[in-house]
Design a protein around this ligand. Structure first.
Ligand code: SAM
Ligand code: SF4
Length: 329
C-alpha cells in the first residue's frame, strides 16, 4: 500500500469525519444560542458515500478514522456506520468525539460495532456552570455515559476541556486532579477563535503555559511520550497519577509540522486544514457520477492544497468561515 505524503513531506494517515452539523447542545464557544443554519439533509453525505470515500482513502494510506460532528450521536444509525468502517480493510483505529450526552444509550452498541476510542467533551463539573457553558442540562447524563464507557472497557477515555477565563478557569486544577484516581486522559484545548466568534477574546483565552503553571501547584508535570491518538496533544503526568494530562495548543504552539490529518465535512468537502477554508467538493463529484480514479485524484489534490501552517494566533485571530460544528473539531 502506498503512503500518503503531502507537499511538505508530512505523512497523512488519519481522517476526521464530521457526520452531522447538528447538535443537542449549544456550547457558547462553538455555536450561537439559536444554533447555526443547519445544512439540509440531502446535502449531508450519506453513510454509503462516506464509506466509498473512506475505502479509497484507505487504499491510498489512511489508517485511522475519527468520527465527529456536530454531535455524531444525534445522527441515526451511527453504530452501523462504525461497523461498516471497521469492515474496511486497512482501517486500524476508529475513534469518536462526543459531548457524551447520549453515550449511556449508545456506548455498548458502539463498542460492539468496533469503536475503539472515545473522546468526551466536558468543560465543567459544576451543574450550573455546565448548563451555562453548554446551554443544556445534561451533566449527569455525561457522567453516566463516562461510567458506562469505563465499564465497557474503553481505555483510555479522553476528556476534552476548553478552559475559558471567567467561565471554568477555577476548575482547571480539579480536572487535572481527576488523573490521580482514574486512568483517563484529561486534555486541555486552548480556546480558539472559531465558531461563535463574538465570544472569543484575548482576555478569555488561557495559554498552555498558564495552564501548566496552574496545574503544577498539584505537583511536577512530567513529560511522557506520545502514543497514537494523542494527535497534537503534548502529554504529561502528575506524580503518582494513573491518568495523563494533555495540552492541545493550537494557538500558542504551531503543531502544523507534525499534522497527519485530513478532514471530511458533513456536507462532503475534503478540508485539508481545520483553519483554512480551502476545500475540495467530493460530494459534488460523487453525485455527478465520478469513478474511483477521479475520487482518488481529488483526494490526492487535497494533499497538494494542505497548507504548511495555519495563521491563527494570539495576535491575528482570523476566524474561519465555517462553524466548528460543520467542520468537525
Ligand atoms: N459535539 C462533539 C463534542 O463536543 O465533543 C464533537 C464536535 S466538537 C466541535 C469537537 C471538539 O471541538 C470539542 O472537544 C469542543 O470542545 C472543541 N471545540 C469547539 N469549539 C472550540 C473552540 N472555539 N475552541 C476550542 N475547542 C473547541
Ligand atoms: Fe455541540 Fe460539540 Fe459544538 Fe458543543 S462543542 S455545541 S457539543 S458540536
Amino acid at each position: 500500500m502506498k503512503g500518503l505524503v503531502d507537499t511538505y513531506n508530512r505523512k497523512i494517515d488519519y481522517i476526521r469525519i464530521s457526520v452531522t452539523d447538528r447538535c443537542n447542545l449549544r456550547c457558547i464557544y462553538c455555536m450561537p444560542s439559536e444554533g447555526v443554519r443547519e445544512i439540509i439533509h440531502s446535502e449531508i453525505l450519506t453513510y454509503e458515500e462516506i464509506i466509498r470515500i473512506l475505502s479509497i482513502a484507505t487504499q491510498l494510506g489512511i489508517k485511522k478514522v475519527r468520527i465527529t460532528g456536530g454531535e455524531p450521536l444525534v445522527r441515526k444509525g451511527l453504530p452501523s456506520l462504525i461497523k461498516s468502517i471497521s469492515d474496511i480493510k486497512g482501517i486500524e483505529e476508529i475513534s469518536l468525539t462526543t459531548n457524551g450526552v447520549l453515550l449511556k444509550r449508545f456506548a455498548k452498541e458502539l463498542k460492539d460495532a468496533g469503536l475503539q476510542r472515545l473522546n468526551i467533551s466536558l468543560d465543567s463539573m459544576d451543574p450550573k456552570k455546565y448548563e451555562e457553558i453548554t446551554r443544556g442540562n445534561h451533566l449527569s447524563d455525561v457522567w453516566q455515559g463516562i461510567k458506562i464507557s469505563e465499564e465497557l472497557g474503553f481505555s483510555p477515555i479522553k476528556i476534552n476541556m476548553v478552559p475559558i477565563r471567567g467561565f471554568n478557569d477555577d476548575e482547571i486544577k480539579e480536572f487535572a486532579a481527576l488523573t490521580f484516581d482514574k486512568p483517563h486522559h484529561i486534555r486541555f484545548i486552548e480556546f480558539m477563535p472559531t465558531g461563535a466568534k463574538d465570544i472569543w477574546s484575548k482576555e478569555k483565552y488561557i495559554s498552555t503555559k498558564e495552564l501548566k503553571e496552574i496545574i503544577s501547584k498539584l505537583g511536577e508535570l512530567m513529560p511522557i511520550k506520545n502514543e497514537w491518538g494523542s494527535g497534537p496533544a503534548k502529554n504529561f503526568q502528575l506524580p503518582g497519577a494513573k491518568g495523563v494530562i494533555g495540552f492541545i495548543s493550537a494557538i500558542s504552539d504551531h503543531f502544523c509540522a507534525g499534522c497527519n490529518r485530513l478532514r471530511l465535512t458533513s456536507d462532503g468537502k475534503l478540508r485539508p486544514c481545520l483553519f483554512s477554508d480551502s476545500e475540495i467538493d467530493l460530494k459534488k463529484a460523487i453525485r455527478e457520477g465520478c469513478d474511483d480514479n477521479e475520487l482518488q485524484r481529488l483526494l490526492l489534490l487535497g494533499l497538494q492544497i494542505k497548507p504548511e501552517k495555519h495563521h491563527i494566533n494570539e495576535s491575528d485571530p482570523n476566524a474561519i468561515e465555517r462553524p466548528m460544528s460543520a467542520i468537525g473539531g
